[in-house]
Design a protein around this ligand. Sequence first.
Ligand SMILES: [Fe+2]
Ligand SMILES: [Fe+2]
Length: 303
Amino acid sequence: MSTRFSKRHRVSDRPLSDLQETLPKTPVPKTPLPQTPLPKTLAEAAIRCLLTADAVEKARVTREMAAAWRSGAIAEIGDMPVPDRPGRPDRPRLLPPGQVPKRKITRGVQGRTALLHALAHIELNAVDLAWDLAVRFPDAGMPRDFHSDWVQVADDEARHFLMLEGRLNALGARYGDLDAHDGLWESAMGTAGDLLARLAIVPMVLEARGLDVTPQMIGKLEAAEDLESAKVLSIIYRDEIAHVAAGRRWFGYEADRRGLDHASTWRNLVKTHFKGQLKPPFNDEARLEAGLTRDFYGFAEEL
Ligand SMILES: [Fe+2]
Ligand SMILES: [Fe+2]
């Protein structure tokens, strides 16, 4: 007992400055260090988000990486092979499109939960699709603004997912409780080899479809007196117009570089790469706001 005390005593007797001189000089961080160091490139950041399986964590990491890109903490674009499939949680179970049951939106919780769950699943896919588009085509030599736009889209989609997850939680549910479909990622991967085709399909077909159907959903939620969910969908709706507009803008940029006409090239790419049908009625007003004019899609009304 006395030996232990005397050892301790000797150490504590030495002046603190003596002890400090024997320690390596390391700066004391002002804020706690992040658990994982920041990626060095945008490609690495995107892949980290893509491979994160947990949905809420994927959204959280996406928001963190997007902020790091905006602040310049991640500055290089980089070039790394992008995975063909993103990380996904064990639940929801993924069914072929069309096999996921649809429910009516009523004041009852079931229908609204099903709608919010389906939308959360779309947003989660949209996070991955935006990251994929931001870094899959480094050889295309797109301007920095192109990458920044898709990082911003990934950030928006992550925010959308978290808002919808918040609404699900308020209704006593969470993402993963119901089945979902795997159609979105599949239809996007068909264009992994061509930037112009990817822009034609993901923002200008899939996201534009969201503009057609969302106002009706907002109306149904308002009728069911779920004003909180209606508000979330209204925010998403405004953001999605900007996403379609970004797709339209970069589609035009790339088509010009290749010396191609915008509308006829888009129609040909849709015929080749989009397995489904363009479904009227179209939201002409929102599409126009995004720069997507009827000379692109109007033909689908005559089919
Ligand atoms: Fe979204
Ligand atoms: Fe979007």
